[in-house]
Design a binder for this molecule. Structure first.
Ligand code: FAQ
Length: 311
């Protein structure tokens, strides 16, 4: 029956229709999805740390309420994504183990520190802006549970992006010192944000197959370009300079030209040698260990309820 199953799978992909958890799928398709969705889930959960760092030091009650809501949304995104991943036959416990042992990755961007409150704004504007650019096409990904999770996540990411932009706008209308804080923050985050889209297409081992399977709908370079085109006018409206002397409108291409990120730095960060990799994983590990009693209690409770039902 194998050839028929493969043909049915191929036909579904060709129609741009969706593969669902109980459908037959090639092992390599399942494996790629687990890798990408798990990496995405881990990014949401680890991504709570850089901003979480500022919750206790937010400058006003209003800013604190906004930041708390955003960081909680990120926890929620991680949970929808772990659930989507579980439909592929892996458990959240296994995925957490793969993260903690360094066998699965999370986004490079969360290995950079947050040094001032302006970073909360910059993360919203640029990091969530990049996330939206990458995730809107993923709403049409070929695997049903992943695409459906993306729809809700993208709506929440839009709020995140707006709160960041609004925070930076407020600071830019403030004092010279506040404007300098925003510029300094944008200078630090710009290049690492461009790296969020992954390596250049020619060095992206997974892109061609993931696009053929409809898991990815656009290449890394296409999305990076789209993000730059979308962000330059926003930077102008804000009054900040993007730290790239090579950035200029190319009339012929109808796009902005821009400089090359430092791919050696990117390689070092995903190898584990970024500024905060050790700290992020240590914090995640400690939180996991401290939560062991909650998991044990929930498991014991579920077992007792099941025993009561069966008796
Ligand atoms: N960081 O062959 P490709 C968020 C790895 S947004 C670390 O091009 P692929 C929201 C890649 O895994 C961030 N590793 O790979 C938020 C592969 O290694 P592997 C999360 C990276 O998968 C905002 C190798 O390099 N978003 O969390 C990165 O086709 C604010 C070769 O690369 C997603 O995960 C990187 N930047 O394309 C939360 C989106 N780039 O696995 C809190 C979904 C590449 O073979 C606060 N993912 N690598 O060992 C994707 O769209 C894709 O997986 C790409 C990479 C585009 C990231």
């Amino acid at each position: 029956a194998e050839p028929d199953l493969q043909a049915a799978f191929d036909a579904t992909i060709d129609r741009h229709d969706r593969i669902e958890p109980r459908d037959w799928m090639p092992d390599a398709y399942r494996k790629t999805l687990v890798r990408q969705i798990a990496q995405h889930a881990h990014s949401e959960i680890i991504g709570m740390q850089p901003e979480g760092n500022w919750i206790g030091r937010a400058p006003s009650l209003r800013r604190k309420a906004i930041l708390l809501a955003k960081v909680q949304d990120e926890a929620g995104h991680g949970l929808y994504l772990y659930s989507a991943c579980e439909t592929l036959g892996v458990s959240r416990a296994e995925l957490t183990e793969l993260l903690l042992s360094g066998r699965q990755k999370y986004s490079s961007i969360f290995n950079y520190p947050t040094l001032s409150y302006a970073d909360v704004g910059t993360i919203g504007w640029l990091v969530d802006g990049a996330a939206i650019c990458n995730q809107v096409p993923l709403c049409r990904t070929s695997y049903g549970p992943y695409g459906r999770a993306m729809i809700r996540i993208c709506k929440e990411e839009s709020f995140h992006q707006r709160q960041g932009y609004e925070l930076l706008m407020t600071m830019m209308r403030g004092t010279d010192e506040q404007r300098a804080m925003v510029q300094e923050s944008v200078n630090r985050f710009w290049w690492p944000v461009l790296m969020m889209f992954g390596p250049p297409d020619a060095q992206s081992p997974n892109s061609a197959q993931s696009m053929a399977w409809g898991i990815k709908r656009n290449s890394n370079d296409e999305l990076r370009q789209k993000f730059v085109d979308m962000t330059v006018p926003q930077a102008e409206a804000l009054g900040v300079t993007l730290p790239d002397p090579g950035l200029r409108w190319n009339e012929e291409r109808g796009h902005y030209d821009f400089g090359e990120p430092d791919w050696q730095e990117f390689a070092a960060v995903i190898r584990g040698d970024g500024p905060c990799n050790a700290q992020r994983l240590a914090h995640r590990r400690a939180a996991h260990e401290e939560g062991a009693w909650v998991r044990e209690a929930a498991t014991a409770f579920a077992a007792r309820e099941a025993a009561l039902r069966d008796s």
